[in-house]
Design a protein around this ligand. Sequence first.
Ligand code: FAD
Ligand code: NAI
Length: 472
Amino acid sequence: MTDYDVIVLGGGPGGYVAAIRCAQLGLKTACIDDGVDGQGKSSLGGVCLNVGCIPSKALLETSHHFYHARHDFPAHGIRTGDVQIDVAAMQRRKQQVVTSLTGGIALLFAKHRVTHIKGHGCLLAGRRVRVVAGEADDEQIFSASNMIVATGSSPVELAAAPFDGERIVDSTGALAFTAVPKRLGVIGGGVIGLELGSVWSRLGAKTTLLVRGEQFLAKADQQLARAVQQDLEDEGLGICLGAKLVSVKKSAKQITVTYADGDGEHKLQVDKLLVAAGRRPNTGDIGAEDIGLKLDARGFIDVDADCRTNLPGIFAIGDVVRGPMLAHKASEEGVAVAERIAGQQPEVNDATIPFVIYTWPEIAWVGRSSEQLQAEGIDFVSGVFPFLANGRAHASGDTRGMVKILADARTDRILGVHIYGANASELIAEAVVAMAFAASAEDLARTIHAHPTLSEAIHEAALAVDKRPIHI
Ligand code: FAD
Ligand code: NAI
């Protein structure tokens, strides 16, 4: 007789969603989580709610309003005088957003009768877990018929630029700056570098991104990536491609980052340095080795398509396993594993996971890029429609970007949709639904879109696949 039907280790968007779904399916469920807030109080929601998706979007929203008020309001005839940013108020608001959402998960656990066990869990043989809460002697052991490991990920630390929590920081540190740095350096041209770089750049920090690769946003469709890079540079964000980190030196006055590119060595002087060079799975201290849980070469838990590990009854989901490190991917895997444990036959369609980067304008895509399709030798056609030809974009005053739809040349089935423009994060949902239902470009072209909306650009891009757009 076990204590629970299911124990979920980790209460992030993978773990807490899995726990709720298990409980909905009538399984006696506990979720063990060691997450705490800034005051050391237990806080569910993992990286996403506490120091990831949510606080970053709260700061992006504030900094967008600030930038918009300064640069775009005059064109609308709105006079504001000198717009100022109160960083302390911005941070308080961010924290309120986080606290209200993390508290909401505790309420959902209570509603669904999920037991929340606070503390750090370590896997033991025989589907048991030892939980240490606070003091080392405050230890309990729980057992379950099934376990779901959802312990998430942590920032990669570079030997040349170790975090000091003050001036050389990870994303958590950059979410908590108490003043706008005069000069901000960012190592890494990925999602975090772009989003948090945008926040502080909009608020006035002279921000420089050092990007190791030669290509900007290598995973995005390069036609859009080039447009994004141009617009960000026009707004004052420094982007150095092919910049290999050589050394980082701290003095009382500043941090000097030495990097090398095709033109030789350069020095960048900054006041704060954000290191955003990827994340690694949290598998170091969960007892994986002791129980024989198989990890891959990079430390991710090895799972099959159904998120089963090599050990019977033990599943793993989210950032701690292969695939994109995204909250919605973690949650979908959580739901699917819960349903599988309950005897159902769910499926997660990896091909329709949307990607969004919350710069302004935003970048979002689903499916494959032109470069991927070319590399795979797939014959495709593309339809591109610029927001410059969209009425709503003109009315709102932001005509940057485009929609690009890629469809199979023979069957017209949609293979990828790429959006760079205002509200791309919301617009991409239509493309995800279309691809989930295996739609053709013609299906979208024959779907009525409300006027005037930004979504008409999707309609027109679908028409453009068949060379019959109306407004270009
Ligand atoms: P996590 O959210 O990392 O949760 C794991 C939980 O398990 C944590 O609470 C941790 O404390 C706990 N834990 C770990 N080990 C143990 C243990 N041994 N015992 C008990 N508890 C343990 N994704 C998006 O989709 N959209 C975004 O906009 C977005 N923005 C982001 C912004 C930033 C700055 C960062 C850092 C990430 C962002 N992400 C975003 C990524 C997203 O946060 C992750 O993909 C997501 O949180 C992964 O969920 P998870 O449940 O796998 O793990
Ligand atoms: P990333 O993988 O997006 O980018 C990492 C960057 O660091 C790359 O440009 C890479 O070339 C560079 N890099 C790696 N090692 C380096 C080194 N040794 N020296 C210099 N540069 C190096 O990772 P990032 O930005 O840290 O984000 C982590 C994860 O968080 C992402 O994978 C993403 O899935 C998730 N995330 C998602 C968001 C979203 O969905 N909007 C927002 C923020 C994070």
